[in-house]
Ligand binder design. Structure first.
Ligand SMILES: *[C@@H]1O[C@H](CO)[C@@H](O)[C@H](O)[C@H]1NC(C)=O
Ligand SMILES: *[C@@H]1O[C@H](CO)[C@@H](O)[C@H](O)[C@H]1NC(C)=O
Ligand SMILES: *[C@@H]1O[C@H](CO)[C@@H](O)[C@H](O)[C@H]1NC(C)=O
Ligand SMILES: *[C@@H]1O[C@H](CO)[C@@H](O)[C@H](O)[C@H]1NC(C)=O
Length: 347
């Protein structure tokens, strides 16, 4: 392993060296922080479509509505990729993400949405409780620090000086893993570590590059949460999971009826947290990780399939190691030019 890694390791070190050098020079020349570059993101910038999960063209989910609960969440082409969110406040259940069936009619009130370069922050308020929901995708342009996952973080606090009992719910369908909803999907739990509950769902037929479609038809969509006593997870019929949460019952057991079509008794990966009592002055938080393992990716320059090892145990650093030297050498001038012209922020 070490021998085959060596050339690209050298290239990596070279790239890092140039990048650090450039940061130092840039920092000296223009001051480390360049607020004018980011002003338009922070000063009430709200794009026509709000990015939620934006990792790559296949793993891409947006909210194309004013409020997160006015519409279903969608792929960039506009097709639904259903993700939902509910919150129970003192036994009254509200939705804050999606307007699909089997979610409560009533939604929390969205009071703010802010879009930053790698984060979207929603704030909801209802019955004296505030929920701040962030979607963070650490897709910084320098691949050394970026990671192809999206974190959903939930921050809950009481804003009326009273105690409230709070529960949270999340689910997503398998729509992000198929090019057509009639395709059969399978799901399973993955033992990544005993500290996490990890579930995955994906196409039963893993045919790489088989379809001609904007959507991917292979790979697996992962949902991972820290295995703490307040959390429960389930892979079952969406309607059942949602009804269980709404009626404050345990989530249904994992559904064994697989493979089955993505839209037949829609299987979903669901997570529920019982946060207990949130007291004034305290913020309770939970988070969830979304990731997509394409298993095989297309290596553009030589048009070759590249096996991804991401998310497999002890393999996290290896894909970078496998990038060929030519790729890095080609990339370097592009990166430097791009950086020199201010990247996207001057677009
Ligand atoms: C996603 O939500 C839309 C809108 O409610 C619905 O038409 C569609 O069937 C849902 N998808 C699945 C796989 O259930
Ligand atoms: C909305 O949220 C952003 C970022 O969290 C914050 O800077 C801004 O003041 C908030 N706006 C309102 C009206 O609460
Ligand atoms: C909230 O609950 C805590 C115990 O969980 C209790 O000590 C406190 O007095 C309660 N506060 C209010 C405002 O009811
Ligand atoms: C998961 O793997 C860990 C070791 O990595 C092991 O200790 C644990 O028992 C496994 N859990 C299950 C449910 O198999």
């Amino acid at each position: 392993m070490m021998a085959s890694c060596f050339p690209s390791l050298v290239a990596r070190l070279l790239v890092s060296f140039f990048l650090i050098l450039q940061c130092v020079v840039e920092g000296k020349v223009s001051g480390a922080v360049q607020p004018e570059k980011y002003d338009r993101f922070t000063a009430g910038f709200r794009p026509p479509s709000v990015p939620l999960v934006v990792v790559d063209p296949y793993f891409s989910v947006w909210s194309m509505a004013e409020n997160l609960y006015d519409d279903v969440t969608r792929f960039w082409t506009g097709r639904p990729v259903n993700m939902s969110g509910m919150m129970s406040i003192d036994d009254a259940v509200y939705r804050f993400m999606s307007n699909e069936p089997f979610l409560p009619e009533e939604s929390m009130k969205q009071v703010n949405v802010s879009v930053f370069p790698t984060q979207t922050v929603y704030t909801f308020q209802q019955d004296g409780v505030q929920l701040v929901l962030t979607f963070s995708t650490p897709a910084v342009w320098n691949y050394l620090y970026s990671f192809p996952v999206t974190f959903l973080s939930y921050y809950v606090r009481s804003v009326d000086g009273r105690n409230h009992t709070v529960r949270l719910y999340y689910d997503n369908s398998a729509e992000g893993t198929v090019s057509d909803n009639s395709h059969f999907v399978v799901w399973e739990r993955v033992n990544v570590s005993q500290n996490y509950d990890t579930m995955r769902i994906g196409n039963f037929h893993q045919n790489y590059c088989y379809q001609s479609n904007d959507r991917i038809d292979w790979g697996y969509w992962f949902v991972q949460v820290a295995a703490d006593p307040s959390v429960s997870t389930s892979m079952a019929f969406t309607e059942l999971s949602r009804m269980s949460f709404i009626t404050n019952s345990p989530l249904p057991p994992d559904d064994k009826n697989q493979p089955r079509p993505c839209d037949d008794m829609t299987p979903a990966l669901a997570v529920a947290w019982d946060l207990g009592v949130v007291s004034p002055g305290i913020t309770l938080s939970r988070s969830l990780t979304l990731a997509y393992d394409q298993v095989y990716s297309i290596k553009v320059i030589l048009m070759k399939l590249l096996r991804q090892k991401l998310l497999r145990e002890n393999q996290v650093n290896k894909p970078i190691c496998k990038l060929p030297l030519t790729y890095l050498v080609c990339l370097l001038p592009v990166c430097i030019l791009w950086r020199h012209h201010g990247g996207l922020s001057q677009g």
